[in-house]
Design a binder for this molecule. Structure first.
Ligand code: AMP
Length: 217
């Protein structure tokens, strides 16, 4: 049976980047609630319409909405076989309780919650400099990991865009929301013996090496 990990940490800590690398090397199923919600917005679904205002304001989408998305993913057979990375979920203590329930219902157990530690100044720099390929979703950073040609994806030639919630103002609000609503999860997983800490402050290869070590992969 595959392993189940929660990737915990503030926006901009590199959870998505690390998840992509782990998926490539080990075949985990990547469950990113942010990605799923953005997909709903893109296709114009009812759920996407409901989520959009929360996301644009830097606030959290209601717990029950995201919990239902995750529960549906956890029931997929690949999760049992390949394990999964929960990226950006849970983000509140209530979501963490709902996750425990959903894992139990699918005969899964949480192996660890990995906390990516990065200070706020670097997070803001990273978030506001982040650019994403409209075609393939590849993530760049105009300061630390720029594309070869400005505004163009190295991998597929697609146009790069900035997420609307990566503006300086909304990014700051997301960090405040993280401190208020998500940071209590550090104690939640610590007290259950599940917390592992890793630096997310270095370059992506160094961070990835440290992460593999922490997870014993
Ligand atoms: P992310 O891509 O993880 O940075 O998420 C982008 C936005 O989607 C967040 O700022 C929230 O508005 C929303 N979102 C993603 N995951 C969750 C979650 N677990 N709970 C509530 N809202 C979420």
């Amino acid at each position: 049976m595959g392993k189940t990990y929660v990737l915990l940490g503030p926006p901009g800590a590199g959870k998505g980047t690390m998840a992509d690398m782990l998926v490539k090397d080990y075949g985990f199923v990547h469950i990113s609630t942010g990605d799923i919600l953005r997909q709903h917005i893109k296709t114009g679904s009812e759920l996407g319409r409901r989520a959009k205002d929360y996301i644009d304001a830097g606030n959290l989408v209601p717990d029950e909405v995201v919990a239902a998305l995750v529960a549906a993913k956890l029931a997929e057979p690949e999760v049992q076989a390949q394990g999964c990375l929960l990226d950006g979920y849970p983000r509140t203590v209530h979501q963490a309780d709902l996750l425990q329930q959903a894992l139990r219902e699918n005969s899964l157990t949480l192996d660890a919650a990995v906390l990516f530690e990065v200070d706020d100044e670097l997070l803001l720099k990273r978030l506001t400099a982040r650019r994403i390929c409209r075609e393939c979703g590849a993530v760049y950073n105009v300061l630390y990991n720029p594309p070869q040609a400005a505004g163009v994806c190295d991998d597929c030639g697609g146009a790069l865009y900035q997420r609307s919630d990566d503006s300086a103002e909304t990014a700051q609000e997301r960090l405040r929301v993280y401190q208020r609503q998500t940071a209590p999860l550090i104690e939640y997983y610590q007290s259950r013996g599940k917390l592992r800490r890793v630096s997310g402050a270095g370059g992506k290869d160094d961070n990835y090496q440290a992460l593999n070590k922490v997870l014993g992969l």
